[in-house]
Design a protein around this ligand. Structure first.
Ligand code: FPP
Length: 246
């Protein structure tokens, strides 16, 4: 598992190795243009492509994006099925380029509620790109932080019940190994677009020491230049992880 020092205070030198993004504002972007919400999601998908490709320029090795939350099922049937179709199409269209560009794609979230065809595409894309290491793209799909911790706790309890683990072994490090994100370092920076200052159940455990940037730009307007500007701001921050800098 990749390791990152999250205990020693330091000023940020260079960029964040792991950026997580809450891609908000697609609906409003479409409404401002008198178009249906799905039009905004399609425009948002194009930005995903652009931002993934910009990561190596900024030494961002890990990019984690919030595509669909455990709460998003409450949206209209039209929007939910349109989004699911968009995810399927995105995987089919982008798989080849992602592979060629050295992107390793993984998904986090509960797959049980997702349709079979989508899950098959997700599994295949993970398999296809498993040998890549240039950029690690993690897509959160039917993901919720509380749901993830609950599922991890269930699996841990099962291990204890089976006698493979003692309750005394349960510490933060052990729990983290049962999370969907066990293969990821913690995020250094979490960006949320569209002017909302909430974390909406995203990477609750993992973001304990992350820096946050809440920016007004709507996701479909989040260009590679806006990304570069946000990363430049991050470089000026001082990270203390609860300690005092010498
Ligand atoms: C939030 O905006 C966005 C979503 C719930 C969907 C995010 C999906 C994409 C960006 C599509 C592409 C993703 C991939 C991985 C291909 P919102 O609809 O809540 O916006 P609003 O707050 O303006 O209504």
């Amino acid at each position: 598992m990749p390791t990152r020092d999250t205990t020693t205070p330091h000023t940020t030198t260079g960029g964040p190795g792991h950026v997580a993004v809450i891609m908000d504002g697609n609906g409003r972007w479409a409404q401002q243009r008198g178009r249906p919400r799905l039009f905004g999601h399609h425009a948002g998908a194009k930005r995903v492509r652009e931002i993934v490709r910009a990561c190596p320029d900024h030494d961002v090795k890990y990019l984690t994006i919030f595509a669909f939350s455990t709460e998003n099922w409450k949206r209209t049937q039209t929007e939910v099925s349109g989004l699911m179709a968009l995810f399927r199409r995105y995987i089919m269209r982008e798989a080849r380029d992602l592979f060629d560009e050295g992107v390793r794609v993984r998904f986090i979230g509960d797959r049980v509620k997702l349709d079979e065809k989508l899950v098959r595409l997700m599994d295949n894309l993970e398999l296809l790109t498993a040998g890549n290491d240039r950029v690690h793209l993690t897509i959160a799909l039917n993901y919720g932080g509380r749901d993830e911790v609950t599922r991890a706790a269930q699996r841990l309890a099962f291990e204890v019940e089976q006698g493979r683990l003692s309750y005394k072994d349960v510490d933060a490090e052990t729990l983290a190994k049962f999370l969907d994100t066990r293969f990821l370092p913690d995020p250094d920076l979490v960006i949320r677009t569209s002017g909302e200052a909430r974390i909406s159940n995203f990477l609750l455990w993992q973001s304990a020491y992350a820096e946050y940037e809440f920016i007004d730009t709507l996701w479909p307007d989040f260009t590679a230049q806006v990304f570069a500007d946000v990363l430049a701001g991050y470089g000026k921050r001082e990270r203390r992880f609860g300690a005092v800098l010498a």
